[in-house]
Design a protein around this ligand. Structure first.
Ligand code: NAD
Length: 265
């Protein structure tokens, strides 16, 4: 069957999910690549859709965080303000479908740009999740790399109006995320590259594919001979290179593909 450059809009019938199920069935090793769009159905706004929190506040650059106490305090203020959203969020149907694909050994890795920990919470083993932009559920010392939980930082912040320094080495504490201007995590980038080169189906879910270097992985997969499928509400710049493009909601689309895949198993 020729999937080349097939674009299917809203999922009015089963043709989109059925095509995706066919691709998943035919693949030896699928790598799933997610962006902020996988988590909007859980209630976390994405980066670029209108009204998202990130459209209202300019992100704080890494250099500004390191150089300015005021910026560090602002970064932590924002993080704690987001806690009400983050504390209550749960994985949605899209996360659950991905976890099922991993559990059935259809997908070997989930490469994510997200920092929300929802893939792990949905049951994907941590060692199969590759976090390109880190994780906002805990903090790390920028000096010694020690992991620090958020709660004691919050208690200190509430009492003194600023975060504590690292108890191990006195370094600066920052959420374990990768900010604009901060080096990408070497180990995760290497793992993501290995998984991408090894797969024969690369499935993009909910990413505008404009944040590099993360957005380079779909084309790396394609150049390595893998098929490329994209499920995203809006068009992306690399739709023309994909074997299947579904402009649709991730949760219902992926759940239906999984159902069809299981029926035929
Ligand atoms: P993005 O906001 O640039 O793109 C998200 C894409 O998903 C958009 O094209 C949108 O149309 C689509 N989308 C949204 N909801 C969808 C749905 N339910 N079904 C189908 N498509 C949907 O996100 P990005 O490409 O991941 O880049 C943003 C950066 O911001 C990332 O690096 C990420 O680290 C960070 N971020 C993370 C989170 C999170 O952890 N949940 C949230 C916002 C931003």
């Amino acid at each position: 069957m020729d999937f080349c450059r097939l674009r299917i809009g809203a999922v009015k019938n089963d043709s989109g999910p059925a095509r995706l199920a066919d691709l998943l069935r035919g693949a030896r090793d699928t790598v799933v690549f997610t962006g902020a769009g996988i988590s909007t159905e859980s209630g976390i706004p994405d980066f670029r859709s209108p009204g998202g929190i990130w459209t209202k506040m300019a992100p704080i650059d890494f250099q500004d965080f390191v150089c300015s106490r005021e910026m560090r305090n602002e970064a932590w203020r924002r993080r704690f303000a987001m806690e009400n959203t983050f504390a209550g969020v749960r994985p949605n149907a899209g996360h659950d479908a991905i976890a099922a694909l991993v559990a059935r050994e259809v997908a070997s890795h989930v490469i994510t740009q997200n920092i929300d920990n929802l893939h792990q919470m949905s049951g994907v083993p941590a060692e199969q999740v590759i976090e390109l932009h880190g994780n906002t559920r805990y903090a790390k010392c920028l000096e010694c790399g020690a992991r620090v939980e958020l709660e004691p930082i919050r208690v200190h912040f509430d009492a003194y109006g600023e975060p504590p320094d690292c108890r191990e080495c006195g370094g600066l504490l920052k959420t374990a995320t990768i900010s604009f201007g901060q080096a990408m995590p070497e180990h995760e980038m290497e793992r993501a590259e290995r998984a991408t080169r090894a797969c024969d189906l690369f499935l993009v879910l909910g990413s505008s594919l404009v944040v590099y270097p993360a957005a380079g992985f779909p084309l790396l997969a394609k150049r390595g001979g893998a098929k490329l499928a994209i499920v995203n509400r809006e068009p992306t710049d690399i739709d023309d290179f994909a074997d299947l493009v579904l402009h649709a909601e991730i949760g219902p689309t992926l759940s239906r593909s999984l159902e069809l895949l299981e029926k035929s198993a």
